[in-house]
Design a protein around this ligand. Structure first.
Ligand SMILES: *Cc1c(COP(=O)(O)O)cnc(C)c1O
Length: 386
């Protein structure tokens, strides 16, 4: 289906609600029944209709239909945030005694789940450099049941050869999940590459305005129903109707925003690369990126995140640079209208900071919807301060 049709029409039944262009927010906890037999049917299969908004809700369903189609998936669940989507997807597909292979340095709360929560249930995780298929093969054991991918990673943008990893997993009956937050389905389609579950945080690009959280999980209908019937209903982390409505609104402008961000990012990256105070820069669609060829093969585009280091690796200089920015704000998250920076050293105790460790010196920038010149001017004056 054409992307414009998905965004403007799919899932929307305007005759049902006064021909309104914008869908209603069906802010209800429960739905009424006239016949006991219908109620019985709803208890037997909660995914078959509306019973209680911890399960399905009509506003949320509009969003689910659009997001499933965008990912080329049979079905989709939308969670209150991305971390919840990942938690439910992993939990539904592992049991005590299982082994997971994960990319090194996955998203913070994924790592927390793997390191703190799952060991309590006798599930072990091996972190690998996921850039080659050999590393996935070598890390696979007899009890490996799950592969966790994040391509690209949101700090150093390391990619996995997704098709190869997915094909190997399929041959071994291993379930795969890929965190596609960086690309969104506009720039990368994990399901088409053979991945079982495509996840993305809707908090970032889909919401797009830094005012709501959401998490998307797409896959086969059987997989989504399995997760819905147990983890989704039990954890109770489904998205609320108003937040779903905000995400529908965000989706309307997603392609336009991504397109604009792509162009501005290219300009900002070019400026930073040639600046004498910048030492290195990581961006998947830059020719110097170590996996540039693979990025071009499996991604249609690269969005607004890039990471750079300053020629000076002194912590004071990194701090001075970040604090000297006058318009670009310092905050976690990304994908909104506002440009952001975050220094890696903010998460490292000053006494543990090692200037020789390049990762400690990383500064990540997210390029939002401002004019390129406005951002470049701000970066330029902050670089002058060091
Ligand atoms: C933000 C983020 C998440 C988690 O999403 P939330 O909506 O914040 O829970 C997962 N993966 C990546 C790569 C992220 O950047």
């Amino acid at each position: 289906m054409d992307i414009s049709q998905i965004i403007n029409e799919l899932g929307e039944d305007r005759e049902e609600y006064f021909h309104a262009v914008a869908p209603p927010i069906i802010q209800t906890s429960n739905f009424i029944f006239r016949r006991v037999a219908d109620l019985t049917k709803a208890f037997e299969d909660e995914m078959g209709g509306y019973l209680y908004s911890r399960g399905l809700n009509p506003t949320v369903d509009i969003l689910r239909k659009k997001l499933a189609e965008l990912d080329g998936a049979e079905d989709c669940l939308v969670f209150n945030n991305g971390a919840a989507a990942i938690f439910a997807a992993v939990l539904a597909n592992i049991k005590s005694g299982d082994h997971i292979v994960s990319v090194a340095k996955p998203y913070t709360w994924v790592q927390r789940m793997f390191d703190v929560i799952l060991p309590r249930f006798n599930v072990t995780v091996t972190y690998i450099d996921g850039t080659t298929i050999e590393n996935w093969r070598n890390a696979t054991k007899a009890n490996t049941t799950f592969f966790y991918l994040e391509s690209p990673n949101s700090w150093d943008f390391a990619l996995q050869p997704v098709q190869k990893v997915a094909a190997f997993a399929q041959s071994k009956g291993i379930t795969t999940l890929l965190d596609n937050s960086y690309c969104t389905p506009l720039y990368q389609k994990p399901i088409d590459m053979g991945i079982d579950m495509a996840m993305q945080t809707a908090t970032k690009y889909i919401g797009g305005h830094s005012d709501t959280l959401g998490g998307v999980l797409c896959g086969s209908h059987a997989m989504i129903k399995k997760i819905f019937d147990s983890e989704y209903l039990n954890i109770g982390s489904g998205i609320q109707p108003f937040n779903a409505w905000l995400l529908i609104r965000g989706l309307r402008t997603l392609p336009a925003r991504i397109d604009r961000i792509k162009k501005t990012t290219r300009e900002v990256v070019q400026y930073m690369k040639q600046h004498p105070k910048v030492a290195s820069l990581l961006f998947p669609f830059d020719e110097t990126f170590p996996q540039y060829e693979l990025a071009r093969q499996q991604m249609k585009g690269a969005c607004g995140l890039f990471t750079f280091t300053l020629k000076s690796s002194k912590r004071e200089d990194i701090v001075r640079f970040c604090e000297s920015l006058q318009h670009i704000m310092m905050a976690v998250s990304w994908g909104g209208h506002e440009s952001l920076v975050i220094p890696r050293c903010a998460g490292i105790k000053p006494e543990d900071f090692n200037p020789v460790n390049k990762e400690h010196c990383y500064i990540r920038m997210y390029v939002g919807l401002e004019d390129a010149d406005y951002l470049i001017k701000d970066l330029g004056q902050a670089l002058e301060k060091i």
